[in-house]
Design a protein around this ligand. Structure first.
Ligand code: AHM
Ligand code: MG
Length: 334
């Protein structure tokens, strides 16, 4: 018989050495769950409601067009997290600067959150899975004062909790508080996230590679060699591998976590630092990957060891099953 247990109950029961007080953790989770449900409900209406679908008509700090749902999701997460006495500040892909919550209740909060409110948002208009990514740190600045930049520029190793929501054929929250990675599936009929995937682990052996191969001409020669290798016919090593690329990091990662695989967005001659953002895309996913027995590197260093210098900094990302990342590393080090 399965365990009929909710996200909140399961995480609090498995708190282990997690630093947050139970009340703080419950408040954080309730903010994430509530915002996730509201965003999920809006996404499900995307094809129906004319004033939601489509582009907002302006660009974010990185020069990318913001989708209306990007802006909406950002507002919902900002408000839901800012209404609880645990988070003193938020940094988001959709905010030029970090947000330091003004209320004294929030300023007493001991944590900051970094978030990509709607990742893979170019997929919204075509009915393809998208996600939300987040991670949480203990603040560096004193409690009772506004959050400062230093609170957000922490190495991924300092993360205390991270997760993603995948808005797919079902909606799931997958998260970790340092005691492994667990998945919770949303039952829309009663509005509850139930534990559905306890202790998710990357399979030891995978055969899926996920990359935007349209960038092939701009990749480093070593990455090109690896990609040619993925496509070679060699039954002994289970090749050719299977190519799968959704273009939503959350969805590509989620599939690879369950089936075994590797996702890469390496540097290119056009984008020497890659495309993905370190603080709210690469770091949370790297934390989850390591918690699930996988690996996340830039090519020559672990993502979680990078000392951030800017809120919106980018970095190359190679992430997934240990055996596949190690195999690719062999090409990079040759
Ligand atoms: P976004 O946060 O603006 O949506 O960009 C991040 C997304 C990832 O989810 C995805 O893996 C990648 O960008 C796809 O990029 P590309 O279209 O260059 O392959
Ligand atoms: Mg995004």
């Amino acid at each position: 018989m399965g365990k009929l247990i909710t996200l909140g109950e399961h995480i609090v029961q498995n708190q282990g050495k997690f630093p947050m007080a139970t009340g703080e953790l419950t408040a954080l989770l309730s903010g994430i769950k509530l915002a996730g449900k509201v965003v999920n409900s809006e996404i499900n209406k995307a094809g129906l409601v004319d004033d939601i679908i489509g582009q907002q008509g302006n660009t974010n700090i990185q020069g990318e067009e913001q989708q209306k749902l990007d802006v909406y999701a950002n507002r919902i997460f900002k408000e839901a997290l800012g209404a609880r006495a645990v988070i003193c500040g938020l940094a988001s892909e959709e905010e030029d600067d970090f947000v330091a919550y003004e209320s004294s209740v929030c300023q007493n909060g001991n944590y900051v959150i970094l978030i990509d409110p709607l990742d893979g948002s170019s997929n919204i208009d075509v009915n393809v899975s998208i996600g939300t990514i987040f991670c949480v740190y203990q603040r560096k600045s004193p409690q009772g004062s506004p959050a400062v930049l230093e609170d957000f520029l922490q190495k991924g190793r300092e993360i205390v909790a991270a997760g993603y929501i995948v808005y797919g054929s079902s909606t799931m929250i997958v998260m970790s508080t340092g005691q492994g990675v667990h998945g919770y599936t949303f039952d829309p009929s009663i509005g509850v996230f139930f534990l559905s995937h306890e202790n998710l682990r990357f399979p030891e052996q995978g055969k899926i590679y996920s990359v935007n191969e349209g960038n092939f001409p701009f990749f480093d020669e070593k990455i090109k060699q690896y990609l040619r290798y993925c496509k070679e016919h060699d039954p002994a090593s289970n090749r050719p591998y299977t190519g799968r690329y959704i273009g939503s990091l959350v969805s590509d990662f989620h599939r690879n976590l369950i089936k075994g695989g590797i996702y890469l967005y390496p540097s290119t001659s056009l984008k020497p630092d890659g495309k993905l953002r370190l603080l709210y895309e690469c770091n949370p996913m790297a934390y989850l990957a390591e918690q699930a027995g996988g690996v996340a590197i830039t090519g020559n260093e672990h993502i979680l060891d990078i000392q951030p210098t800017e809120l919106h900094q980018r970095c190359p990302l190679i992430i997934g099953s240990k055996s596949m990342v190690t195999e690719l590393q062999g090409f990079l080090e040759a």
